[in-house]
Every structure is written in structure tokens, then in C-alpha cells.
Design a protein around this ligand. Structure first.
Ligand code: PLP
Length: 396
């Protein structure tokens, strides 16, 4: 029987020892073998990438992390999935596995702050040159490719400003020039977009966000195709990147309800946006909700769903009044990250280079246009609307 992904995510994991519907949390460093021969055989099977139910040493994972790998392999339609202790570990794993001195990487200007920082600062020290392209201009990307370009790093939609790019166009160009492609798919999740099926070589999701969904676990998932598997595995084993069994368990539990939660985040978001779009103080809503917009068309072309994360552009000569707006929200927490059950708000100054956000090279917003990122949680959306309504009054 062919099962839908929703059914797949809700199936019990049969644990032959405990008979529990959920996998056991197996914390392990040493794994015991019955003989030296068995140990050697097992190592050979791992090297040949045969399906295994346990690794030979805890650094590479345990039965709990293998369960999560298998779930994500199915969700991503991937050759293999590497799990890391935080989301960002997955980004670092991709770059450090595949880029070497003399290489260039092409990075979308709207990537997540630390992705920008590793590209701009850290890899430079290893003589890897990063160039940043305008996510709204495909020609800019095309023109920046050189013989040295090793990898194109895309995040779709981009952090904070939510530009959508024409993904297949990028993949086609990269394949023609023999360049690797990486997509940060944390916003869409592989439930709504499968980057490897589109032709990307690497598909990354921060499991900290919607996968876990409860703001209490951290992790990363880097799904790869066969082409890059060996190189990434080599670095993975030697870098010590690893996800703990406890985090893997929490992320498996989160994934059970990924589809229902995302649906609700989306429904709530539409209620909130319906209110926000009528507010004069809000100049623009950076979310694919208007069918005539470019971002809506590109979203529709590739994604089968959306979620609760977007930004609003507030026009004000008084930044302090926008700060007051955010501070006075009662139902929105102020803090980093997103994808949990709760609503969050954050004023993002994309020109401030003193923070980890890093300055944008391509920003179409004026100095008196302020970007407030909102994550719409699972609360009653009408309460959220009332909260926003009351706080918007502070904006001068
Ligand atoms: C949060 C985030 C990451 C990093 O994930 P962490 O688990 O916080 O390390 C990477 N990319 C995007 C788009 C994110 O939002």
C-alpha cells in the first residue's frame, strides 16, 4: 500500500524489546560486539553504506538517531541524512565538507546571519572566497559565477526579508557549470518542498524550528544525494558533529505533528495577515499571500504549503516607537528562533553590523522602513490580532 507522508509520520516505530510505540532513547558511547569478526564485518557494512540498525561507536549515533535519519530520508527522498547537534552545524558541515582552498562560493545575500558570517569571515581564513548575490536578480547570480565557483548557497525564502527565488533555474544553471547546490529549506520544511527532488545536492533544515516545534530541542538535518555523500561522510565522522539520542527522540516526537501544526500556523497566519494588510502603518507584508505578487507566484510554483513566519515593514521616522510597539505586545515573546508553539516578535536591523545579522548588500528598504519579524504561534489568532491592534497604536 502506498502511504501518504502524513500516515508515515504517524506510524509507530516498533521497538522489538520494549514494544513501545515510540523508539527507546538509546544513549551510548561503547557498542558491544560478540567477536572481533563481528565488529570488523559491521564496520565493512557501514563503509559500504549498507542499511544498518546501529553504528559501531556512539559518536556516529545510536538506534534513536538512526530512526530519525530513516524518517528524514523518507521525508526528503534523500540518499542519506546527516544529523547535527544544532541547525547551524548542518550548514557548517556542508561548507567544510565540500569547499577547499582556492574555491569560491556564491551565497544569496539574504541567508541566515551565521551562514553569512561563516561565508564572509571564517572560510576566508582558509582561502575560500565568498561572493554574495542579489536574491531578486538572477542575472547577478549568473554574472558572479567563475571557473572557481564550487557551490551556490541558497536560502528560500531568505531570512527576515523572505524573497523567493526561481529554484529550478538556479539548479539548471549550476548543473551546466558543474557547481554544487545547497538549499536552506528551514522555512518550507521537506513536507512542503523537497530540494533534492528539484536537483539540489544538499538540502538543509534546522530541526530546532518546526521539526521539534516546542522550543525545547536543537538539531540540524543535512540531506544529501549520492554525489556528495562520501565527502560529507568523511568530514562528519572526523568533525565530531553529532546529535544526541535525547534530542533525536524529541525531534521524532515533534515530527509526528509537523503536518497538523504547520496547517494551524498557516491558518492563524492568514487571520493575522488579513488584519495587518488593512493597517496604514504597515507598508508591506513579506509573506506569499497576494496572488498577484512575485513571491506568491514563486511560492506556488514550488511549495505545497506555508507556515507562520513572516515580516512586516513598518514606516516610521521614529525607530523608538517601533521598539515600543514590539515591547508592548503581550502575547508575543521577544527572542531568537521560531517554529515553536508560541508567537514571537523581533525588530531586525539589517544594517547594524555590530550584531551577528551582518549587513545586507542588497536591501530595497529605506532608512525609515523597519522590519519586524513575526512568528505566529498556535494561540487563538483573534487574541493575537487584538494584541497587535492595541500595540500598533504606539507607532508614530
Ligand atoms: C535557525 C536557523 C538556522 C540555524 O539553526 P539553529 O538550530 O538555531 O542552529 C539556519 N537557517 C535558518 C534559516 C534558520 O532559521
Amino acid at each position: 500500500m502506498k502511504k501518504s507522508i502524513s500516515t508515515f509520520l504517524k506510524q509507530p516505530i516498533k521497538d522489538s524489546i520494549n514494544r513501545s510505540a515510540n523508539p527507546s532513547v538509546t544513549r551510548a558511547s561503547t557498542i558491544l560486539f560478540n567477536s572481533m569478526q563481528e565488529l570488523v564485518q559491521h564496520e565493512k557494512r557501514i563503509k559500504a553504506n549498507k542499511k544498518i540498525s546501529y553504528y559501531s561507536y556512539g559518536r556516529y549515533g545510536s538506534s534513536t538517531t538512526i530512526e530519525l535519519e530513516n524518517i528524514l530520508k523518507e521525508l526528503e527522498k534523500a540518499y542519506h541524512v546527516f544529523l547535527t547537534g544544532t541547525g547551524f552545524g548542518g550548514v557548517a558541515l556542508a561548507i567544510m565538507s565540500l569547499c577547499r582552498p582556492g574555491d569560491e562560493i556564491l551565497v544569496s545575500d539574504n541567508v541566515y546571519g551565521p551562514t553569512k558570517e561563516i561565508s564572509e569571515e571564517l572560510v576566508n581564513e582558509f582561502n575560500i572566497n565568498a561572493k554574495f548575490y542579489d536574491p531578486d536578480n538572477f542575472n547577478d547570480l549568473q554574472n558572479k559565477i567563475t571557473k572557481k565557483t564550487k557551490m551556490i548557497l541558497v536560502e528560500n525564502p531568505g531570512s527576515n526579508t523572505f524573497e523567493f527565488q526561481d529554484l529550478s533555474k538556479i539548479v539548471r544553471l549550476a548543473k551546466k557549470k558543474n557547481i554544487l547546490t545547497f538549499l536552506d529549506n528551514t522555512w518550507g520544511t521537506p513536507l512542503y518542498l523537497k530540494p533534492l527532488k528539484l536537483g539540489f545536492d544538499l538540502s538543509f533544515t534546522s530541526a530546532t524550528k518546526y521539526f521539534s516545534g516546542h522550543s525545547d530541542a536543537m538539531g540540524g538535518s543535512l540531506a544529501v544525494n549520492k554525489k556528495v555523500f562520501k565527502k560529507v561522510m568523511f568530514f562528519y565522522k572526523l568533525s565530531g558533529y553529532r546529535m544526541s539520542a535525547d534530542e533525536a527522540y524529541l525531534i521524532i516526537r515533534g515530527l509526528r505533528t509537523l503536518d497538523v501544526r504547520l496547517k494551524k500556523h498557516y491558518e492563524n497566519t492568514l487571520v493575522v495577515i488579513n488584519f495587518l494588510k488593512k493597517q496604514k502603518k504597515i507598508k508591506e507584508i513579506l509573506y506569499p499571500y497576494k496572488p498577484s505578487s512575485k513571491s506568491y507566484k514563486l511560492w506556488k510554483k514550488y511549495y505545497s504549503g506555508a507556515n507562520g513566519l513572516f515580516s512586516i515593514v513598518v514606516k516610521s521616522k521614529k525607530k523608538s516607537s517601533v521598539v515600543k510597539f514590539v515591547n508592548s505586545l503581550e502575547l508575543f515573546g521577544i527572542g531568537y528562533s521560531w517554529g515553536g508553539f508560541e508567537s514571537l516578535a523581533l525588530l531586525q536591523d539589517l544594517r547594524d553590523d555590530t550584531k551577528y545579522t551582518k549587513t545586507r548588500r542588497y536591501l530595497r528598504f529605506g532608512k525609515d522602513e523597519h522590519i519586524v519579524r513575526l512568528h505566529i504561534g498556535l494561540e487563538d489568532p483573534n487574541d493575537l490580532v487584538q494584541d497587535l491592534k492595541k500595540s500598533l497604536r504606539h507607532i508614530k
